[in-house]
Design a protein around this ligand. Structure first.
Ligand code: KIV
Ligand code: ZN
Length: 387
């Protein structure tokens, strides 16, 4: 089975979320938990961006033992030098160099011709290669780049020594079919494509980041990039915990493995949420508390008979405690009876005939029926139950 590498950029692209600014201590703590979670590469920051970013990459390089540590660099000598210096103590390291390749970026932002961009790629990848065995090249805004030119840019990087080519859907423009096709084309048309690892870096502007990343994996990507809880610039990045869960639940479909330790998922998610001060939406896939809650009567009844009826992933798998069955107006008598018995009452199906109408009367007036409400019902026993 192919092994997919997880490249986490919570500390770099994730920190580009509006208002997020991790301290060095927080970054080191997150990096350590990312390592426990099992990521292969940690993008620790953008060393040239600020003295603090430099220090963070340096500190993480000193503290991480197994995962590769990387910093981001534009195609400039000073960026590459800063990255080299910041990662010098890392046990395992790589560099991530990028330049935009799409027409709008070339013309409006870089003011460069196609040839000038190719020249930069060739020169700076060769330079980076002097200091790093593993050089990742990212064509920024790859998904809005002319296909022929994207192939040329990637070919130039590979010929200059790049070992990873990371296709960036910088503005979340692509869709799974189109994104998968880009990987097919690159793999088919680059003669030495088997010498490199292709990687996917997706943004979530149109809500497609995880779907696009999964399409890339299906179409030959050997590395996936993203952030914890999907934080990142604008609408964020691919949420890596979603990728891990997809690969876990649908191994039959993806036929790939990874190094992720699923039971550590909730811990890393909570830590990033706490330090970024961005709460996890209640209905967030995989790690939101509602992901394992069942409210309607039909679902609760099925779930009580066999959890697999309504859960394809168990909360325990991702390090959460247990599923929940909140009681509301759509809940059924089986779930109410189960909860009462959990609370220590010995309630039979017969008793429920009297209890359930009392429960419904309350459920109609509140969002959720609490254990206190249930206790009240039982303390003022419905008349039919008084023997
Ligand atoms: O979104 C993007 O294009 C990036 C690159 C630096 C890979 O984050
Ligand atoms: Zn990005």
């Amino acid at each position: 089975m192919r092994k997919i590498q997880f490249f986490d950029t919570t500390l770099r692209d994730g920190e580009q979320t509006v208002g997020v600014n991790f301290s060095i201590t927080e970054k080191v703590q997150i990096a350590k938990q990312l390592e426990r979670w099992g990521v292969d590469v940690i993008e620790a920051g953008f060393p040239i961006a600020s003295p603090n970013d430099f220090k963070c990459v340096e500190a993480i390089s000193k503290n991480i033992k197994h995962a590769q540590v990387t910093g981001l660099a534009r195609m400039t000598f000073k960026d590459i030098d800063a990255c080299t210096a910041a990662t010098k103590d890392a046990a395992n390291k790589q560099i991530h160099v990028f330049i935009a390749t799409s027409p709008v970026h070339r013309e409006a932002k870089l003011h460069m011709t196609k040839e000038q961009v190719l020249h930069e790629i060739d020169e700076k990848v060769r330079y980076a290669k002097k200091f790093f065995d593993i050089v990742q090249f990212s064509p920024e805004d790859a998904t809005r780049t002319e296909m022929d030119y994207l192939i040329q840019a990637c070919q130039t990087a590979i010929d200059a020594g790049a070992t990873v080519v990371n296709i960036a859907d910088t503005v979340g423009y692509s869709n799974p079919e189109e994104f998968g096709h880009i990987f097919d084309e690159l793999i088919a048309k680059i003669p030495n494509s088997n010498r490199v690892t292709f990687s996917a870096h997706c943004h979530n502007d149109l809500g497609m980041a995880t779907a696009n990343a999964m399409a890339a994996i299906k179409h030959g990507a050997g590395r996936v990039e993203g952030t914890i809880n999907g934080i990142g610039e604008r609408a964020g990045n691919t949420a890596l915990e979603e990728v891990a869960a997809q690969m876990y639940v649908r191994k039959d479909y993806y036929q790939c493995e990874n190094n992720i330790n699923m039971a550590e998922t909730k811990k890393i998610s909570d830590m990033v949420s706490e330090f970024s001060e961005i709460s996890i939406p209640k209905n967030k896939a995989v790690i939101g508390p509602f992901s394992f809650s069942h409210e309607s009567g039909i679902h609760q009844d099925g779930f009580l008979k066999n959890h697999a009826t309504y859960e394809i992933l168990t909360p325990e798998t991702v390090g959460m405690h247990h599923s929940q069955m909140p009681l509301g107006k759509l809940s059924g008598s089986h779930a109410v009876m189960a909860r009462l018995n959990q609370m220590g009452y010995k309630v039979t199906r017969e008793d429920m005939r009297a209890i359930f109408p009392a429960f419904k009367a309350i459920a109609d007036t509140v969002d959720l029926v609490s254990e206190k409400d249930l206790k009240n019902i039982m303390e003022n026993k419905p008349t039919e139950m008084i023997k």
